[in-house]
Design a protein around this ligand. Structure first.
Ligand code: PMT
Length: 219
C-alpha cells in the first residue's frame, strides 16, 4: 500500500449509539462508546481520505481533519447519511443503531406513579440496507456485533444487506473496550484479525476495504 492509498476518496462513517427519546429526560440507547468508528475515521484520514463522520452521542474528540456531524436519533443519522451519501465512494457503517424508536414520545417529563408504563416501539429504518440498495451505491462495509454464532449470523447479515464486506465482532469483548478481535467476511471467505488495540484493527479494516474497493472498481 502507498502511504496515502485513499487519497481523493470520500469515506462516510457512522459511529456510536443512537438515542431514542421517551420523554424530556429519558431515552433508549445502547452501550456503544464510538471508539471503533472513531478509530476507523482516523485510519481513513491517515490513508489520505476525505472523511465525514456521523456520530451518535459520545464524548470522544473529533479526529483531526474529519467533518463531523453529530446526531441523536436513528432518524437523524439516516438524514445525515442521506445528505452525504451521493458524494461518497466508501460507506462504513460502524454505528450501533437503535432497532426501535418510541412512538409518541412525551415533550414533558413523564411523572412517576405506581402504574406499569407501557411504551409503544416501532422499527427504525435500516440505514445501511438503504444505502446498499441505492441504484449506484458506494462500496458498503457493515459491522455486526453478536453474542453467539458470530460467523453464521455475521454472514447472514452480510448476504441479507448485500454487502461486499462485513466486520463481525463479539458483543462481550467489543463494546466499550479499547481493543477488539474481529472477522472480516467477504466473497473470498473469512479472515481473522487477532486481538489488538482498536486503532490497529481499524487500520487493517481500512486497508482490506481499500483492497476490495479497488477489486470492485477495476477499470
Ligand atoms: O463503539 P464501540 O464501543 O467501540 O463498539 C463498537 C461496536 C461493537 C458497536 C461495533 O464494532 C459494531 O459491531 N457495530 C455494529 C453493531 C451491530 O450489531 O449492528 P447491527 O447488527 O444492529 O447492524 C448491522 C449493520 O447494519 C451495522 O453495520 C449497523 O451500523 C447497520 N444498521 C443497523 C440497523 C439500522 N437501523 N441501521 C443500520 O445502518
Amino acid at each position: 500500500f502507498q502511504p496515502k492509498y485513499l487519497k481523493g476518496k470520500k469515506v462516510l462513517i457512522t459511529a456510536g449509539p443512537t438515542f431514542e427519546r421517551i420523554d424530556a429526560v429519558r431515552g433508549i440507547t445502547n452501550s456503544s462508546s464510538g471508539k471503533m468508528g472513531f478509530a476507523i475515521a482516523r485510519a481513513a484520514l491517515e490513508a489520505g481520505a476525505e472523511v465525514t463522520l456521523v456520530a451518535g452521542p459520545t464524548s470522544l474528540k473529533t479526529p483531526v481533519g474529519a467533518r463531523r456531524v453529530d446526531v441523536e436519533s436513528s432518524k437523524d443519522m439516516l438524514a445525515a447519511v442521506n445528505a452525504a451519501v451521493s458524494k461518497t465512494d466508501i460507506f462504513i457503517s460502524v454505528a450501533a443503531v437503535a432497532d426501535y424508536y418510541v412512538l409518541n414520545p412525551s415533550e414533558q417529563k413523564i411523572k412517576k406513579d405506581a402504574h406499569i408504563l407501557t411504551l409503544e416501539l416501532a422499527p427504525n429504518p435500516d440505514i445501511l440496507a438503504n444505502v446498499a440498495g441505492l441504484a449506484d451505491p458506494p462500496f458498503c462495509v457493515g459491522f455486526a456485533a453478536e453474542s453467539e454464532n458470530l460467523l453464521e449470523y455475521g454472514e447472514q447479515k452480510r448476504r441479507r444487506k448485500k454487502l461486499p464486506l462485513l466486520v463481525a465482532n463479539q458483543v462481550q469483548s467489543a463494546i466499550g473496550a479499547d481493543d477488539n478481535e474481529v472477522f472480516l467476511l467477504d466473497d473470498h471467505g473469512q479472515h481473522k484479525l487477532p486481538r489488538a488495540p482498536k486503532q490497529e484493527i481499524a487500520r487493517a479494516i481500512v486497508q482490506h476495504t481499500a483492497k476490495l474497493y479497488h477489486e470492485y472498481h477495476k477499470p
